[in-house]
Design a protein around this ligand. Structure first.
Ligand SMILES: NC(=O)c1ccc[n+]([C@@H]2O[C@H](COP(=O)([O-])OP(=O)(O)OC[C@H]3O[C@@H](n4cnc5c(N)ncnc54)[C@H](OP(=O)(O)O)[C@@H]3O)[C@@H](O)[C@H]2O)c1
Length: 248
């Protein structure tokens, strides 16, 4: 039976690197995206040309009906869901807390937190031995921001990642005896498009000299940690956090 891995937000950045690496491990990868169909199809095409298996599914994971549709597509695919990477997230323009509207804060929490809860819920319903599943593994993509707070930039984003850390801890204990491991990776400053959506495309280069390793990270370096946590090599690891942040 094929092992399926779902990576949310896999059309670009860390999600795309993770999808590509998971495919080399034999996973059939569901490449989720919200808007950029061409980029998602390019990730699928690259995986296939390298001899792997992948398929793309459009879904806004902050919306419950889209999440249900996403998992229905996985149910139709031959195999069973064994891995979930809650990777999709947004960043909004840099701003102090005193200037944030309720709409902005709610939008952030819905996209970065509700989404991970909904996808985890659907995954647990399929993976848990309590529901006659075969077990599985979930990795949440948090951020060093959960520890650092992102003062003057986006405390709302940092708080959303704090919630992801709490989801990781709580869910890991809830399903530990049901064959499911739940862990998180906390990337630091990684070269992706995300910083442009925060209004500062060159953010990693601005910050890099202040980091202990004095460089930004690459999406592939985050993917390595995610794929290790998902793998059987991490079979006794749950409820934990791997910081991949160049020493910050
Ligand atoms: N980059 C960093 O420095 C950094 C640092 C710490 C943590 N992280 C975390 O790492 C993860 C990936 O970040 P990234 O930098 O790779 O981001 P990115 O380059 O901005 O890519 C975001 C991805 O998420 C998808 N997406 C966004 N909202 C979605 C939604 N509602 N439903 C489905 N897909 C959605 C996008 O799809 P489309 O292509 O269709 O728009 C895209 O594939 C995030 O959780 C982020 O918070 C990143």
């Amino acid at each position: 039976m094929n092992r399926i891995a779902l990576v949310t937000g896999a059309s670009r950045g860390i999600g795309a690197a993770t999808a590509r690496l998971l495919a080399t491990q034999g996973y059939h990868v569901c490449v989720n995206y919200v808007r950029n169909e061409a980029a998602a199809n390019a990730v699928v095409a690259q995986i296939q040309s390298d001899g792997g298996q992948a398929f793309a599914v459009q879904a806004d994971v902050s919306q419950e009906k889209d999440v249900l549709h996403l998992f229905q597509q996985i149910d139709r695919y031959q195999g069973y869901l064994h891995a979930l990477v809650n990777n999709a997230a947004i960043l909004m323009p840099q701003m102090r807390v005193e200037d944030m509207t309720a709409d902005r804060i709610n939008h952030m929490l819905c996209h970065n937190v509700t989404s991970a809860f909904l996808c985890s819920r659907e995954a647990v319903r399929r993976m848990s031995t309590r529901h006659l599943g075969k077990g599985g593994s979930i990795v949440n993509v948090s951020s060093a921001a959960a520890r650092l707070g992102s003062a003057g930039e986006y405390v709302d984003y940092a708080a959303s990642k704090g919630a992801i850390d709490t989801l990781t801890k709580g869910l890991s204990i809830e399903v530990a005896a049901e064959g499911i491991r739940v862990n998180a990776v906390r990337p630091g400053f990684i070269y992706t498009d995300m910083h442009a959506s925060g209004g500062e495309p060159g953010r990693v280069d601005r910050i890099k000299s202040s980091l202990p390793m004095q460089r930004g990270g690459q999406p592939e370096e985050i993917a390595e940690a995610i794929v290790w946590l998902l793998s059987d090599a991490a079979s006794y690891v749950t409820g934990t956090f791997v910081d991949v942040a160049g020493g910050r």
